[in-house]
Design a protein around this ligand. Sequence first.
Ligand code: MN
Length: 251
Amino acid sequence: MSNRPVIGIITNVELDRHYLFPGYPRVTLNEDYPRSIAAAGGVPVLITPSKDLSLLADQLSLVDALVLAGGQDVDPLLYGAEPRTECGAPNPTRDAFEFEALRLARAAGMPVLGICRGLQVTNTFLGGSLHQDISHSGSTQRHMMEANPAVAAHGITVEPDSFLDEAWHLAQTTVNSFHHQVVDRVAPGLAVAARAADGAVEAVEYTGDEFDLVAVQWHPEMMSAADSPAGEQARALFTWFVDLAAGRWEA
Ligand code: MN
C-alpha cells in the first residue's frame, strides 16, 4: 500500500446505445476523471450509483475524498421547479445517490470536488436552484461549446481568497465550457468562487466548517493533459484537491 489518498468518483449509469444490448443499463465515466486524479497523485476508484443507498456509507468508508462528475441535468423537481422544454431527461437514481453521498460526506468531513453536473447537484442539494437553460438567465453568452474540450473557451474572474485563488494565484483566466444550465439561486452555505463575463456562476465553495466542498462548472479533467496554461491550471486544481485529501488522510 502506498500513502496516496484514495479518491472515489461517482460514475453515471445510462442505457446502452452502442453495444450488443440496446437499452441495457451500463456504468459509464469519461476516462479523463481517473486519469486526472492519478496524475495528481491520488488513487482513483469508481463508485457506481445504486438504488440501494445503504451501500454508500460502506463505499465512502473506503475513500478519502469524493468527486462528483459531469452528466445529466438535475431533476428540476429537486429545486422546486417544473421541468421546462429545454431541460434534459433526469436520472433519479443518480440524483438520489449523489444527494446521499453529499449528506454522508458532510457528516464525515470528507472533501468533495464537484465538476459541471457536480456543481449543479451540490447547489441543488444545499437548497439553491438552477436555470434549466442558460437562455432563461437572460444571458446570450455561449457556454455549450463545440470546440476541442482541451482548449479554454471563455474567460472567468476568480474571487480573491477563494480556493481557486489558493490553487492558481490568478485573478483572471480562461476555461472550457460544456454546460447549458447555470446556477440561478446560489444555495445558502455556498460562496461564488468564479464567474464568467455574463455573471454565470463558474465555481463555488462551501463556507461552513463540516467539510471542504468545492465545485467548478467547467471540465478541468478534459484540459489536464494539455501542454498549455489551461492544462497547467487544470493539473494544479487536481493537485490542490488530492493534497487536501492527503491532509485528511494523514490527520
Ligand atoms: Mn461556462
